[in-house]
Write a protein that binds this ligand. Structure first.
Ligand code: NDP
Length: 266
């Protein structure tokens, strides 16, 4: 009788929309690995230990990325500075936590020449983006609707009107409410001086059910509101889908103990 596959899963609330099972199961199948990946709605983080006990590895999404650190025996890499993880791997009876969102974001920039960046937003994802940019010696400024939150970020400069920022990152959830993060004319003034903009959000993927749907979606997706605004100002722009894929590829590398290179996975 063949052994049942090792189980991995993503936890969050909500979770129905998650593309992680499609990405990971496609990779497991491509590399003929005896793993299976599920998604679980987690309504109380205290259920983590019992759910993790049957798993080989896991991904964590909103709103548990910070609290999940509590369940790690060890935290590696930039996750320590961020104070949040999105990947857990079980090795030698230890749960090891990583943050592949931050590295996934940086890889999406594909080596663009950036000296300074303005982050719009001061939530959890702004923390990941800020940490990885600072790690690569890029000067970070920040602008947020609730200005007082910026004081909790170390080494970040206040936004200065008129300054040129090479990279402008939309790390707000304004797009989910159908709005831009700032009033049009103010945003236009900032964006028209930039060389690249990045929206962490990606277009709605609710119709994606299979790998084939996902590949079609990657090829034919519409612009987010922020990306469309950037294009109107003739500024190159990237949406959050590359980041989503790259954080998953980096998590896959961890789950497979680096048996495959990032390029092979990509
Ligand atoms: P948080 O809830 O932690 O932070 C939200 C931020 O958005 C806050 O700074 C908030 O400002 C700001 N904001 C919300 N609404 C508005 C608005 N109408 N106008 C201006 N600012 C607004 O969320 P996260 O940081 O975790 O996530 C942000 C976005 O990034 C999400 O939409 C998420 O989907 C996306 N994301 C994408 C990933 C990917 O792989 N592509 C990975 C992680 C996140 P205030 O402080 O004033 O409330």
């Amino acid at each position: 009788m063949s052994e049942s596959p090792a189980l991995l899963a993503v936890f969050g609330n909500p979770i129905a929309h998650s593309l992680s099972p499609i990405i990971h199961n496609s990779l497991f199948s491509y590399f003929s690995l005896p793993y299976h990946y599920e998604k679980f709605l987690l309504t109380n983080h205290q259920d983590f230990p019992s759910l993790l006990s049957n798993l080989h590895g896991a991904n964590i999404t909103l709103p548990y990325k910070e609290v999940a650190i509590k369940y790690c025996d060890e935290v590696r890499g930039v996750a320590k500075e961020i104070g949040a993880i999105n990947t857990l791997y079980h090795q030698n009876n230890h749960w090891i936590g990583y943050n592949t969102d931050a590295e996934g974001f940086y890889l999406s920039l594909e080596g663009s020449e950036i000296r300074n960046a303005l982050i719009l937003g001061a939530g959890g994802s702004a923390r990941a983006v800020c940490a990885i940019l600072q790690k690569h010696n890029i000067e970070v400024s920040m602008l947020n609707r609730s200005a007082h939150k910026i004081a909790t970020f170390v080494g970040v400069k206040p936004y200065e009107r008129g300054e040129k920022y090479d990279l402008v990152v939309n790390a707000t959830s304004a797009g989910l409410q159908g709005s831009l993060p700032l009033e049009d004319s103010h945003l236009g003034e900032i964006i028209c001086k930039a060389t690249l903009t990045f929206d962490l959000i990606y277009p709605s993927s609710s119709s994606v059910k299979t790998l084939e749907d996902f590949l079609q979606f990657l090829r034919r997706r519409e612009d987010t509101l922020f990306c469309s605004f950037s294009k109107k100002h003739k500024i190159p722009t990237i949406d959050g889908l590359d980041m989503l894929c790259y954080q998953a590829f980096l998590a896959f590398e961890i789950f497979c103990e680096n048996a495959y290179s990032f390029e092979e996975i990509k």
